[in-house]
Design a protein around this ligand. Structure first.
Ligand code: AMP
Ligand code: ZN
Length: 449
């Protein structure tokens, strides 16, 4: 029987039972990076969260398609490519490859697809021209804008009233727009940056149009199951995606809107523009991908979390403990000629899934892992530990680690290692301490003890 899954939906502002819109299929789209430089660690928090959600839903038997885009058309990309003397395409390709290197290190599952905004220009132009025909969009003096006032539900996602937004200073009054809330769908320009000569004029798309078009197009659906990103994307990015979807498809684009809390440095949001970024590629040189995942899992995905080097070092230690437990446990079974494939411990497995089904409560899920790691160590410490129980504990741990995306491989013993381990165990049993003392460092060096 499947676990009842509850996820926090920002649009409704509450936890709701998650049921796919169509049969067994789950479509997830989360906003990816603007590829104009190396991304910081915070950019990977949504990536890890939606990878975990994908893994969990797959474990529950759903057929999940997870998609994330690359924003490869943006004024920041143009500025940077001029600075670096490269074309926008070359520049984004370079940073996409750097990003994908981190995805591999973080053991992120391959996505259903990874669309780039530059590949969807025709579809964006079609959307914008339809919005113009239906009166939702208009040509200003310089750009094509979306008329926000035409959408009565505008502000529902970010829980803001249109009147408050208008009177607030956050929105700059722009004399080229009919209303200060209106946003750019297509920037009409003949500047040196990337541009496309189309039926709506020469120029390039606005960011909010890029994502709504890609989300609709890759799934060929007007409404998908889950759309997500970091907290900062609620407004205006996601609010503006919803507005276009309401106008074009009469839907709110996604059944669930999920937002991931910020990674902070010294209590302040990690951000490229604030200059307090810790680059993901640098962190991944100092710490394993497993440790980065564990660091994020220790907090709830919606809560802010502060980056410290010490907490990542502590996560590395915990991961080494997990690795050693799996290595020692599986080798003990090998030495006893017991096949490592056992049965899942149902109670532990179900309580792990139950924790994740409660809006991805990773901290509670980790308590099940810790309990099983402890039990493994207790069984290993006993001379006559129950090896069949050990086998079931390890089988369960393997499954839980897989759902969490931890990569903890254990190589089979070589003949030489087997002999050394046997000699070590025999020496200890016979209290031949000089021999066991000589063998211990050799075995420890290979991670066998
Ligand atoms: P950007 O390239 O700035 O559009 O960001 C790509 C993704 O990273 C988006 O989903 C952002 O919401 C997310 N993001 C950016 N900064 C942070 C942060 N400090 N913590 C968590 N997520 C972030
Ligand atoms: Zn987006």
């Amino acid at each position: 029987m499947r676990t009842e899954i509850r996820l926090y939906d920002t649009y409704e502002g509450k936890l709701r039972e998650f049921v796919p819109l169509s049969g067994n299929e789950v479509d997830i789209y989360y906003c990816g990076p603007t590829v104009y430089n190396y991304v910081h660690l915070g950019n990977f928090r949504p990536t890890i969260t939606f990878d975990l959600l994908t893994r969990f839903l797959k474990e529950e038997g759903y057929d999940v398609k997870c998609v994330s885009n690359y924003t490869d058309i943006d004024d920041k990309i143009i500025k940077e490519s001029l600075k670096e003397g490269k074309s926008e395409k070359e520049l984004s390709q370079f940073y996409i490859e750097a990003y994908e290197g981190c995805l591999t290190q973080l053991n992120v599952l391959p996505l259903y697809c990874h669309p780039r905004a530059s590949e969807y220009i025709d579809e964006m132009v079609d959307l914008i021209s339809t919005l113009m025909d239906t009166g939702y969009a208009y040509k200003g003096k310089d750009d094509i804008y979306f008329s926000v006032k035409k959408i009565p539900s505008y502000g529902q996602l970010s829980k803001q009233k249109v009147e408050d937004l208008e009177s607030g200073k956050r929105i700059e009054v722009d004399s080229l727009k009919k209303d200060p809330l209106d946003f750019v769908l297509w920037k009409l320009t003949d500047d040196d940056g990337i541009k496309f000569d189309t039926k709506i004029g020469k120029g390039r798309p606005g960011w909010h149009t890029e994502c709504v078009v890609m989300a609709n197009d890759v799934f060929k659906k007007k409404m998908i199951d889950i759309h997500g990103g970091g907290f900062d994307l609620k407004f205006p990015h996601h609010e503006n995606e919803i507005a276009q979807s309401e106008a074009f498809n009469n839907t709110r684009l996604a059944n669930f809107w999920m937002h991931v809390g910020f990674l902070l440095t010294n209590g302040v949001k990690m951000s490229k523009s604030l200059g307090n970024s810790i680059l993901a590629k640098d962190v991944l040189q100092r710490h394993s991908g497993n440790a980065v995942r564990l660091f994020f899992y220790q907090s709830h995905y919606r809560a802010p979390v502060n980056y410290t080097e010490e907490s990542l070092t502590a996560c590395d230690k915990t991961i080494s403990r997990y690795q050693l437990c799996m290595t020692k446990g599986k080798h003990r079974l090998e030495l006893a000629n017991i096949d490592t494939k056992g049965n899942l411990l149902e109670e532990d497995y179900l309580s792990f899934l139950k924790a994740l089904s409660n809006d991805l409560n990773t901290a509670n899920a980790l308590t099940v892992v810790d309990r099983l790691v402890k039990e493994t160590n207790t069984l290993l410490a006993k001379k006559d530990g129950d090896l069949l129980r050990l086998r079931d504990v390890l089988t369960t741990l393997d499954r839980l680690f897989d759902v969490l995306g931890f990569f903890l491989p254990v190589e089979s013993l070589t003949e030489e290692d087997r002999k050394k381990l046997e000699a070590y165990n025999k020496a200890r049993a016979e209290k031949d301490y000089p021999t066991s003392d000589r063998l211990r460092p050799l075995l420890q060096e290979k991670g066998l003890l």
